[in-house]
Design a binder for this molecule. Structure first.
Ligand code: APR
Length: 237
């Protein structure tokens, strides 16, 4: 990077939360190791065995809210950068944890939903939730059980905020992907959309993912993310 960017889009994945103790999805001991995707992250899986799905997300919510789970230096570096960078900035996360918010990020879109929210199947109203919920939990709108689901985008469902994300990708001159394997569309295609618009594309990851970014930096997010973001702020000084 030799010139100061004017508009930046950052995409984060599970890897940015790994050092906060939250398992990634596709590591050997990751979240999908114990639960096949189709059982816990599809509408069909929820219809077939809602209790298994409720428990899968209740367990992840309990872990997220445990005192041991905190934002790490990569989350903090992104929040600091958002407030110090003079240009346009958007952080898009595939993660459903709230570690970016807790680190201070605000220009943030959760394209795959949020663990601390649930949605009524009838009214589509979304409610905050910080404890377990299941089939017997009543929603405030219908005042009857059996209508609530996790406010999470499952496979086969449309991610949230796609219009806003695509507009930002088409306008950016720097696209940074952090801690994502690039396995899941449409997020995995964001860097190509940015490249078509002649943006510079950078991948920050623990290891190579095989995607053809312009620039790659490898290592733990808590080390390479603060260093890379500082190198951009240096251009601004
Ligand atoms: N620092 C940086 N990167 C890391 C770290 C770390 N400490 N630990 C792991 N990674 C990288 C891995 O190398 C991998 O490329 O994070 C990536 C995690 O990949 P996945 O587990 O596939 O997670 P993600 O890319 O976020 O998955 C995308 O798929 O399962 C669905 O909806 C789910 O949002 C998720 C989407």
């Amino acid at each position: 990077m030799d010139s100061l960017p004017t508009s930046i889009v950052v995409l984060t994945g599970a890897g940015i939360s790994a050092e906060s103790g939250i398992e990634t999805f596709r590591a050997a001991d990751g979240l999908w190791a114990n639960h096949p995707v189709e059982d816990v992250a599809t509408p069909e899986g929820f219809a077939a065995n809602p209790q298994l799905v409720y428990e899968f997300y209740n367990q992840r919510r309990r872990q997220l809210l445990s005192p041991a789970t905190k934002p790490n230096a990569a989350h903090s570096a992104l929040a600091k950068f958002e407030h110090e960078f003079d240009g346009e900035f958007l952080l898009v996360t595939q993660n459903v944890d709230n570690l970016h918010e807790r680190a201070g990020s605000s220009k943030l879109l959760h394209m795959h939903g949020e663990l601390l929210k649930m949605r009524c199947l009838n009214s589509r109203l979304v409610y905050d939730i910080s404890e377990d919920f299941d089939f017997d939990t009543e929603c405030k709108c219908c005042r009857s059980p059996g209508n609530l689901r996790p406010h999470i985008v499952w496979f086969g469902e449309m991610p949230f905020h796609m219009n806003q994300i695509n507009m930002a990708l088409e306008a950016c001159d720097l696209f940074i992907a952090i801690g994502t394997s690039g396995n899941v569309y449409p997020a995995s295609g964001f860097y190509q959309t940015a490249k078509i618009r002649k943006a510079h594309t950078v991948e920050l990851n623990l290891e190579r993912t095989g995607s053809s970014f312009d620039q790659h930096h490898y290592g733990p997010a808590t080390e390479i993310v603060p260093a890379f973001l500082d190198s951009i702020l240096q251009l601004q000084r």
